[in-house]
Design a protein around this ligand. Structure first.
Ligand code: GTP
Ligand code: MN
Ligand code: MN
Ligand code: MN
Ligand code: MN
Ligand code: MN
Length: 213
C-alpha cells in the first residue's frame, strides 16, 4: 500500500504532465482565460519546539471559499504579460509586488472544465525561492497592507513539512481541501525541489488519507 500510493500519485503526475504545456504553447490557446499562481518559499534554520527543524518556509493561503491555494489569480494576456499579471495579483493578495520571471514558470495546463462554464481556464504555475527575510516581509504585509486581506484571502499559512511522532504536520495539512490541482502542485514541488524526502512524502500522503474526520 505504502509504495502504491506514491506510485499512484506519480502516475497521476505523469498523466498531468502529458497534459502540461509550455508557457508559449499555453499562451497560443485563444478563447481561454488565464490564471497564474506561485509557490513562494525559502530556507530557514528555525526549529519547532527548539528541536524539530522547519527546514523551509512554504507559503499558501486560506482562500475566501475555505479552500487552500497558492497566491495569484486571473491575468489579462492582452494587457499584461503573465508575470506582470501575477505580480499585480501578488500586490493585491500579499501587499508586496513580488517580481516573478519567466524562469520561475513550472508548468501550464487547462483547469478541469466546470459544468456551466463556457470559456476554458488555463492555469500557469510558478515557483520562486526567496530569502527568509523576504518571506517574513510578505507575511507582515499580507495582514497590514494587502487590500484583499480578510476578503479574497483569509490569511497566509505556512506548510508544515515535518511529521511528528503522532503524524501531525504534513499529513494533517494534506488532508485539508485544496482549490483545483493546488494539492498536486504542492506535492510535486516538494518532491522536485527536495524540500521533503520521498520517504517522508510517501508516508504523509498515505497518512493524510486516513485523516478525514
Ligand atoms: P478575482 O480577483 O476574484 O477574480 O480572483 P483571482 O483573480 O485572485 O482568481 P483566483 O486566485 O481565485 O484564481 C482563478 C481560478 O484559478 C480559481 O477559480 C481556481 O479555479 C484556480 N485556482 C486558484 N488558485 C489555484 C491554485 O493554487 N492552483 C490551481 N491549480 N488553480 C488555482
Ligand atoms: Mn506554544
Ligand atoms: Mn487569487
Ligand atoms: Mn486575486
Ligand atoms: Mn483578480
Ligand atoms: Mn480580486
Amino acid at each position: 500500500l505504502q509504495s502504491g500510493l506514491l506510485a499512484q500519485h506519480i502516475k497521476k503526475g505523469k498523466q498531468m504532465a502529458s497534459g502540461q504545456l509550455s508557457r508559449d504553447e499555453a499562451l497560443e490557446c485563444s478563447h481561454s482565460r488565464h490564471a497564474c499562481h506561485v509557490m513562494l518559499y525559502s530556507d530557514t534554520a528555525s526549529q519547532l519546539f527548539g528541536r524539530i527543524p522547519i527546514r523551509h518556509v512554504v507559503l499558501m493561503q486560506m482562500r475566501f471559499d475555505g479552500l487552500l491555494g497558492f497566491p495569484g489569480g486571473l491575468v489579462e494576456p492582452s494587457e499584461e504579460t503573465l508575470e506582470e499579471g501575477l505580480t499585480r495579483e501578488l500586490l493585491e493578495e500579499l501587499g508586496v509586488a513580488v517580481p516573478v520571471s519567466i524562469e520561475d514558470h513550472v508548468a501550464s495546463s487547462f483547469a478541469p472544465s466546470r459544468p456551466g462554464s463556457s470559456s476554458r481556464l488555463m492555469l500557469h504555475f510558478y515557483v520562486k525561492k526567496m530569502e527568509e527575510e523576504g518571506i517574513l516581509e510578505v507575511e507582515k504585509a499580507a495582514v497590514s497592507t494587502a487590500v484583499d486581506h480578510g476578503l479574497e484571502v483569509m490569511g497566509m499559512v505556512r506548510v508544515p513539512l515535518y511529521t511528528t511522532k503522532s503524524d501531525g504536520g504534513l499529513p494533517f495539512f494534506l488532508s485539508h481541501s485544496f482549490i483545483g490541482n493546488a494539492r498536486s502542485q504542492l506535492v510535486d514541488s516538494l518532491l522536485r525541489l527536495h524540500l521533503v524526502s520521498p520517504q517522508e512524502l510517501r508516508h504523509a500522503l498515505r497518512s493524510s488519507q486516513r485523516k478525514h474526520s
